[in-house]
Design a protein around this ligand. Structure first.
Ligand code: C2O
Ligand code: CU
Ligand code: CU
Length: 492
């Protein structure tokens, strides 16, 4: 029952403060937004020393239940590593798990020996030292397990974190840059849980075919949290850290935002959009103006997803009830303070590579072989007809050279194709190159029957023995063989 006095109050409020009433009527998410701890290492001039410990733990993700998790320097997920262009990083990684694992620096240009791919396993109680110079511009990179055949499960349990690279010129842009205050990491992952609270990394037939998708979305390890924004201009560093799901992201009020960065760093110009597509392993940096003090929700609208699939898969996924809307997280901007940061139009300039510099072209075909009734087993996932073999080198590239790789998808579903040690430019794809795909990329989503051409300038690092990987970043596909190896050598 509502008292007479309360009734009058409410009535007055309705007349005087309609906006506040509307806001109050919106259900606020309950979970608090977590910002991953920042780790900047121990610095001696340009040398930066990181001490990482891969550990297991228990995390309170669900109400009243603990979930066994894996993490780096914390129980679940990794701390955010941060260093600058021009630094030399020395990362000591200790494996405190009772299983072998690795840590790969995704998006980093670095010597093959330091890459942390399947050739750098760290046995239980073992340590691995990765040392390299940061030669690339400011970017939101990440790191994760790359253990052969186990990447999907280990990342699902938590072996993933962000690696932020800074540089001097990005600092002059007046972008939001206070970590956790107006520069916010947003790691998006989908998970399923067992009744006992444990992650359910159980691969059903469709999971093995299409990759593991969960029905619950975590942001920085928290289910659908609410971020209480402090500043009226926010920079969000979004990472799709999911094993297989591609997100189609927009805010519930369809407000515009500005894309300023892609996998490899800042775009040349900011791009105003209302939505964006983020495939597994992709990162995007956006600027979001919340001066209006609203409460908004970032959502995934899967109705656009079917466009990325062939007829069969689209139908399949509708049957599996995979196509629906998911909420990601909420931003409560009711208490914001005016930001003195701005939305620059011009951000940086990218070095133009003339086509005359191209010295080689390669064709990469992505394949999934399926038997009758969509049943499969054995070597279903392949690249150029071959399933991953750690003892086979698939391609040999000349250090410092420029190449065009054409990636063709000969299967019924989209694959996010990733190449280690490089940041490429997409030079052609069906529908044209737009949004964050205008920037430097290390992953590109390739749709069924699509042909995507990328222009790659390989760094000068060379190694006649240790290969880098290229693979589909749907981790279940990678684990089952949709991966190949390339060497970068001085002369070919
Ligand atoms: Cu995200 Cu081979 O890596
Ligand atoms: Cu990688
Ligand atoms: Cu794939």
């Amino acid at each position: 029952m509502i008292s007479r006095r309360r009734f009058i109050q409410v009535g007055l409020a309705l007349i005087a403060l309609p906006k506040q009433m509307v806001l109050a009527s919106r259900r606020l998410f309950k979970n608090r937004f977590q910002v991953p701890m920042l780790e900047t290492g121990k610095r001696i001039d340009k040398d930066v020393y990181f001490d990482l410990n891969i550990q297991s733990g228990q995390s309170a993700i669900l109400p009243n239940q603990l979930t066994p998790t894996l993490g780096i320097n914390q129980p679940f997920l990794g701390v955010t590593l941060r260093a600058s262009k021009g630094d030399r990083v020395h990362i000591k990684v200790k494996n405190s798990l009772d299983e072998t694992t690795t840590l790969h620096w995704h998006g980093m240009k670095l010597p093959a020996k330091a890459d942390g791919g399947p050739h750098h396993p760290i046995v239980p109680s073992g340590t691995w030292l990765s040392e390299f110079d940061i030669i690339q511009d400011a970017a939101t990179l990440w790191y994760h397990s790359h253990q052969i055949h186990q990447t999907g499960r280990q990342v699902y349990q938590g072996l993933a974190g962000l690696f932020i690279v800074d540089d001097e010129s990005a600092k002059t842009l007046n972008l939001p840059m206070e970590y956790g205050v107006d520069d916010i990491p947003v790691i998006i992952q989908d998970r399923d849980f067992k009744k006992n609270g444990a992650f359910a990394y159980i691969l059903s037939m469709p999971d093995r075919m299409m990759g593991k998708k969960g029905q619950t979305v975590l942001v920085n390890g928290v289910i659908n949290p609410v971020l209480r924004a402090k500043k009226s201009l926010l920079r969000l560093r979004l990472l799709n850290g999911s094993n297989a799901r591609t997100y189609h992201l927009s805010f519930d009020d369809h407000r515009a935002f500005y894309i300023i960065g892609s996998d490899g760093g800042l775009l040349e110009h900011s791009v105003k959009v209302n939505s964006l597509r983020l495939a597994p392993a992709e990162r995007v940096e956006i600027l979001l103006d919340v001066t209006d003090g609203e409460i908004l929700t970032l959502k995934h609208n899967a109705s656009q997803t079917s466009s990325g699939m062939g007829m069969g898969m689209g139908m399949m996924s509708r049957i599996m009830n995979q196509n629906k809307e998911l909420v990601i997280f909420q931003i409560d901007a009711t208490g914001v303070q005016k930001s003195n940061r701005s939305i620059p139009n011009q951000l940086t300039t990218h070095q133009l590579i003339p086509m005359s510099a191209v010295s080689n072209e390669r064709l990469i075909t992505l394949q999934m072989r399926m038997g009758p009734m969509m049943m499969f087993d054995g070597d279903v996932f392949s690249i150029n007809g071959k399933t991953m073999d750690m003892n086979r080198i698939d391609e040999v590239v000349k250090a410092g050279s420029v190449e065009i790789w054409t990636i063709e998808n000969h299967s019924m579903m989209a694959h996010p194709f990733h190449i280690h040690n490089v940041q490429f430019k997409i030079i052609s794809r069906s529908g044209g190159v737009q949004g964050h795909e205008l920037g430097y990329k290390d992953v590109v989503l390739v749709h069924p029957d699509e042909q995507v051409k990328v222009l790659i300038k390989f760094p000068e690092f060379s190694d006649t023995k240790t290969p880098y990987m290229y693979h589909c970043h749907i981790l279940e596909h990678e684990d089952r063989g949709m991966m190949g190896q390339f060497l970068v050598v001085k002369s070919t």
